[in-house]
Structures are given as C-alpha cells and as structure tokens.
Design a protein around this ligand. Sequence first.
Ligand SMILES: [Fe+2]
Length: 203
Amino acid sequence: MNQPKQQKLTQTQAATQVANHCHGFLSDCIRAIDLCAETPVLCDIAKRLRSQIATKKIKIFEANPLPALAHLSLVKDMALAKRFQTFAKGLPWDYSPRTSDKGTELAVCDFGRVLDMDAVVDGLMDSLDVGVIYVDCHREYPLHSHPPHELYFLISGTAQWRYGKHEEYQTLTAGNLIHNEPNDRHGVIAGHTPALALYAQWS
Ligand SMILES: [Fe+2]
C-alpha cells in the first residue's frame, strides 16, 4: 500500500502557521504581564503591547533555528513554555551582537519580524520592540545597559538575573516580571535548563 505523501508547506504557509501560534502566545504573555504588573509603567506597557497586536498582521519570514536551541525540550516550566516549544523552531532567530557565540549558546527572536506591530506606535512612545531571548543551559547573556526601558517576563528556567537597581544577581524562576529602567545594568546566567524570557524594550 502506498504511503500518503506528506505535503511540504510553502514558505508563506509555514510562516503564517508559525505567526498565528506566535500571536496567540504573545497575547497570553501580555495577559500574564498585565496580571503581574505592579506599577503604572508596566500596566501601561501591557496595554500598549495589547493594542500593538490587536490587528493581527503577519509577515513572511524564513525559519532560522539556531544551534543554541538544542535544549529547547527542557523549556517547560509553565504552560506558556510548553506551548512555545511547539512552534519555536519555525521562528526567524538571530544571534546576539552582545556575545561572540554566533547563535550556539544564545538566540534572540524579534517578534517584529513575525508580526507587523509598527502601526499603532503613537506620539507617546518612540518605539516598543518585543521578542524572546533564549539562553542555553549554564550560558550567559552578559551585563549591559542601554537608554531604553526593558521588561523581561520569565517563561522558563531558574536562572541568575541581575536587574533594576540590584548590584548582585538574584535567583528568579518562571512567572517573574522584571523592569530595567534606563541605564540599569542587567544580564542573566542560565541554570540547569535554558532561560527563556519575553522582552519588551521601549523609549
Ligand atoms: Fe537589555
């Protein structure tokens, strides 16, 4: 008996499928951020993120699953993390210009490459970028600082995070929401499992 032929998706079909998953995942992250937000600034960002993706506008992109994602199966601290696993390899990942590993230890995905989120940016904010950062087991995203604000919503991994006004690294787990004000030094060192976090950066 002939085996049914598996049809290969076109790039447009594959990107659309992944972008739909990404939109749902991002919507749920924003809902969680809204619930965890304890300051007016973070509540405002959750609101702005929600309005940025209110109209789902999908971009066409090519998957780029970097070698850093080798331990993606260990990303499972909460339902959001397990869900992320199902479409993560179809995303257009980049390596970080802050490290020299070229995507073997660390991967970043700007969701602006997956969904068109530019239309709603208004005069109150110059920019609002959102995406995910993945740091493989025991690897480090080095200390750095920058003028834009940045929040991280931790999705998986018990890791050492330096953030805000802290001068020492703190152990944080999935579900934490952290905020770096302009020029706060911040970074992360992953533990036994990868550190996965949603980030949003704005000025
Ligand atoms: Fe940063």
